[in-house]
Design a protein around this ligand. Structure first.
Ligand code: ADP
Ligand code: MG
Length: 662
């Protein structure tokens, strides 16, 4: 297969390349982020294998796990090499070109709509971002299980793969060389490269070296003066050269310093250039640092590099677990849920990266978080787990169970804080509104006390800004992950109480866009109200018109609207909240347990007597279309309503079951 046969890119990959090549996207630099991230992944893979079999690392340079980046201005190329796992011939064919991954088409779709090239890494097609800056790409790669191969593509919808005629020069790993396009030559500049590598390698746990060129002026002896000793020196120089592999001395002689020359040699100044490898990144993991030393910006950037997300996270928690089992962790709540969050929750995805003493082990553990919390992203670094243990063994390890429990409790803490901040902000707002109202009243009554209040108002302004932020933050959180919390209520018996505090609902008392928590509902319950009332249905608007609300409205009781399909399932798993029963207003035996109810009971008995004939007549008319006909106390203005029996499904449940074919 010398020269390699031309292969066509799979059609979708071809289309993807077209889009990228012709993209007007200005942040072309992201290609470097993607290539560094791929190199780092490849290094993680070989390091993981080496845990059980150290021999896979080999000897010499290839045993050092690192990334090297160099630019050649004359040739117009940038290369990035790693000593990672490498690719076999088959890997090359599969990973770079022929088989379209599912990511390709979803990325194409997304690009057609919003067109944010920055997201390319999320779709598993980051490699192709090289075509933002390159018009031809060469990948040389050596995997332990195969000979070294070369993949070449000219950005013309075809590529070649061939065995490398130079042999296995890499030892192990991958070297990607890009011929830079004319409008991207800025990336050949050392300073530019250094800045970008710094930006995109901040959280890479392998050293990244950039090749730099040093130019120095040095004084060297004048040629003529040294002519006599030429032959002798030539020999000595050869020896020296061996030690100075990368040093390129302009064609002048060097002074032989070892020789003590009595008569002063004539010298001249020349420029000497040499290549050096400069370590660009700091490989100390961010989670190992003390939280007080890490700036918000650093957390945000870490989150972005970890998740390939574009937005900052909504919140984070960074902690060290001490005691019998030690680990460090940073957990994040993303700002937005993926559009297919619910499917993802069902299939359970793990979004935590597990490290053991700084060595990346896996991001595919099922057992670090319960599935309802799988939207949490982050890292866990254990001190106790053995490095060279199989995944199956890890799965059953007691250490892992302890870690899981702690992670869940920390994740819930983080959400609790968000939730409480929102509730406090709302309370403060309400108080403020009330004060203003009182003031307005007082002013109207002509008793104003002006001066002092001006100052106070200013202070409150600042507070309410924070408050607004807290409210907005929680709203975002609940909109994105409310469903996950409800799934948690169904599945996580132990944490049900904590989770219930995180719920928010619209109600008969919330204004548009507002919600209420169960705690606030309970706080503002009417005197004498015993239970929490809810009603489930399609939308607030529909439910507001429900005849089931009449009696409750008359009493001035707040009724929660459950408009999310999962609400009614979740609520079945929580009989009560803070000792108040949750009552479905659409069920037959609606109980109030208050004084009013006793009065009503009497009235109803009277009505039963009076309406006996009417009931008989209706019974004949409706036959077995209904289970029974009763005089009810639940209506005030509507003459009659069809309700669900205590043990029957509500109309809303029936609607849901039909929709989901449960
Ligand atoms: P992703 O990294 O999300 O899988 P990419 O398009 O960035 O998607 O890379 C595609 C695949 O190509 C990788 O999954 C990996 O198998 C392979 N690959 C890319 N770069 C390297 C590399 N430096 N070493 C080994 N394999 C690589
Ligand atoms: Mg990638």
């Amino acid at each position: 297969e010398q020269g390699g046969q031309k292969q066509e890119f799979q059609a979708e990959v071809g289309r993807l390349m077209d889009i990228i090549i012709n993209s007007l996207y200005s942040k072309k630099e992201i290609f470097l982020r993607e290539l560094i991230s791929n190199a780092s992944d490849a290094l993680d893979k070989i390091r993981f294998l080496s845990l059980t079999d150290p021999k896979v690392l080999g000897e010499g340079d290839q045993s050092k796990l690192e990334i090297r980046i160099e630019a050649d201005k004359e040739a117009g190329t940038i290369s990035i090499s790693d000593t990672g796992i490498g690719m076999t011939r088959e890997d090359l064919m599969n990973n770079l070109g022929t088989i379209a991954k599912s990511g390709t088409s979803s990325f194409l779709e997304k690009m057609a709509k919003e067109g944010d090239m920055n997201l390319i890494g999320q779709f598993g097609v980051g490699f192709y971002s090289v075509y933002l800056v390159a018009d031809s790409v060469t990948v040389v790669t050596k995997h332990n299980d195969d000979d070294q191969h070369v993949w070449v593509s000219q950005a013309d919808a075809s590529f070649t793969v061939a065995k490398d005629p130079r042999g296995n020069t890499l030892g192990r790993g991958t070297k990607i060389t890009m011929k830079v396009k004319e409008d991207a030559t800025e990336f050949l500049e050392e300073d530019q490269l250094r800045t970008l590598i710094k930006r995109y390698s901040e959280f890479i746990n392998f050293p990244i070296y950039l090749q730099t060129t040093k130019t120095e002026e040095v004084e060297v002896p004048d040629e003529d003066a040294e002519k006599k000793d030429e032959e002798k020196k030539d020999e000595e120089k050869k020896e020296e050269k061996k030690d100075e592999d990368d040093v390129d001395v302009s064609d002048v002689e060097e002074e032989d310093e070892s020789k003590e020359d009595k008569d002063k040699p004539k010298t001249k100044k020349v420029k000497k250039t040499s290549k050096e490898w400069e370590l660009v990144n700091d490989t100390k993991a961010i989670w190992v640092r003390s939280p007080s030393d890490v700036k918000d910006d650093e957390y945000n950037n870490f989150f972005k590099s970890l998740t390939k997300e574009f937005d900052d996270p909504l919140d984070k928690i960074h902690f060290t677990a001490e005691g019998e089992i030690q680990f460090r962790s940073i957990l994040f709540i993303p700002k937005k849920a993926p559009s297919d969050l619910f499917d993802k929750l069902q299939t359970k995805q793990n979004n935590l990266r597990l490290y053991v003493r700084r060595v990346f082990i896996s991001d595919e553990f099922d057992d670090l978080m319960p599935r309802y919390l799988s939207f949490i992203r982050g890292v866990v670094d254990s001190e106790d787990l053995p490095l060279n243990v199989s995944r199956e063994m890890l799965q059953q390890s007691r250490v892992l169970k302890v870690i899981k429990k702690k992670l869940v409790s920390k994740a819930l803490d983080m959400m609790k804080k968000l939730s409480e901040a929102e509730e406090n902000a709302i309370e403060a707002e309400e108080e403020e509104d009330k004060e203003e109202e009182d003031k307005a009243k007082a002013e109207a009554a002509g008793k104003e006390e002006k001066k002092e209040e001006d100052k106070e108002e200013e202070e409150e302004e600042g507070e309410s800004e924070d408050g607004e932020e807290a409210i907005k933050k929680y709203k975002d959180f609940h909109e994105s992950f409310g469903k996950a919390i409800k799934l948690g209520i169904i599945e996580d018996t132990k944490n049900r109480k904590k989770l219930a505090k995180l719920l928010r609902f619209e109600s008969t008392r919330t204004k548009d866009g507002e919600t209420v928590s169960l705690s606030r509902y309970v706080k503002r319950m009417k005197e004498g109200q015993k239970h929490i009332y809810y009603i489930a249905g399609d939308s607030k608007k529909d439910l507001e018109a429900s005849p089931f609300l009449e009696k409750l409205k008359k009493r001035g009781y707040e009724v929660i609207f459950m408009t999310d399909p999962i609400d009614e399932y979740a609520v079945q798993h929580m009989d009560e909240y803070e000792d108040h029963k949750l009552m479905n207003a659409a069920k037959e035996d609606l109980k109030f347990g208050d004084k009013e109810e006793k009065k009503e009971k009497k009235r109803r008995e009277k009505a039963k007597e009076n309406l006996k004939d009417l009931i008989e007549w209706y019974k004949k008319l409706l036959g077995d279309k209904v289970e029974k006909l009763v005089i009810s106390n639940r209506l005030t203005t509507s003459p009659m309503a069809v309700v669900t029996g205590t043990y029957g499904y509500t109309a809303n449940m029936e609607r849901l079951m039909k929709a989901q074919a449960l």
